[in-house]
Design a protein around this ligand. Structure first.
Ligand code: TIU
Length: 222
């Protein structure tokens, strides 16, 4: 049975039997100094603020028995899945695969590539390593979601306008109904976060819906 979540641009009819939570790239590489995000010149301190909210959303999903997926933006140690055009882009101080203070930048298994301890996966949850910004490109997530019968995705994580929005757009095109939790996502640029939220829910939810975590908690548990 669907539960109406107070969302923008209109109520999201959440079906807990068919939903999965997707937490995008809550990795040290994006949130801590010395990682990929910092190497691109970003102020990474903005991202830390959402960690307690993401943890609260994870706790809600676990209490409610939802499927939970965590993604990591990451590359193989030999960088065979990293296009040269991605590695050479911009004016980074450290490039993908270079040795940084948290190990090799954006490489699987390195300390910096790990998900933050406060929002780490627990037993039974699915972890997807993705070489691109979107979670469907070069991963097996479509098969996993099909096997589960998932039709709705609740999104959180970083960054709003890059990996979260790309993943939502990929999911939307594949027929998933997507809800982004506004205070469980963050960007290095406040104006980009606000613009992404606005463009996602514009035109009658052209990409999906947005709602604060409190709206989910209220609808599901009060
Ligand atoms: N740079 C930036 O904002 N984001 C990324 O490169 N990856 C993710 O969003 N995870």
């Amino acid at each position: 049975m669907a539960v109406a979540i107070a969302a923008e641009p209109y109520a999201f009819a959440l079906d807990e039997a068919s939903v999965a939570l997707v937490v995008i790239d809550m990795q040290r590489d994006f949130v801590e100094p010395g990682g990929f995000g910092a190497s691109l010149g970003n102020d990474v301190s903005r991202l830390e603020a959402i960690v307690p909210t993401v943890a609260r959303l994870l706790a809600l999903a676990r209490r409610r028995g939802w499927r939970v997926i965590h993604t990591r933006e990451s590359h193989r140690p030999d960088l065979s899945d990293c296009p040269p055009a991605k590695r050479s882009r911009g004016n980074a101080t450290l490039r993908i695969g270079d040795e940084g203070p948290m190990g090799r930048i954006l490489v699987q298994g390195e300390p910096g590539n790990a998900i933050l301890a406060a929002v780490a996966p627990i037993a039974g949850e699915t972890v997807i390593d993705k070489p691109g910004k979107g979670m469907f490109y070069a991963t097996d997530i479509a098969d996993i979601l099909a096997k589960w019968g998932t039709t709705q995705l609740v999104f959180a994580g970083v960054t709003t306008e890059v990996c979260v929005q790309t993943s939502m757009r990929e999911a939307n095109d594949r027929g998933f109904e997507c809800l982004l939790v506004e205070d469980a996502t963050q960007s290095y640029f406040e104006e980009f976060k606000q613009a992404a939220l606005a463009m996602i829910r514009a035109q009658g939810a052209i990409v999906g819906w947005t709602a604060p975590l409190s709206a989910l908690e209220k609808a599901l548990e009060s």
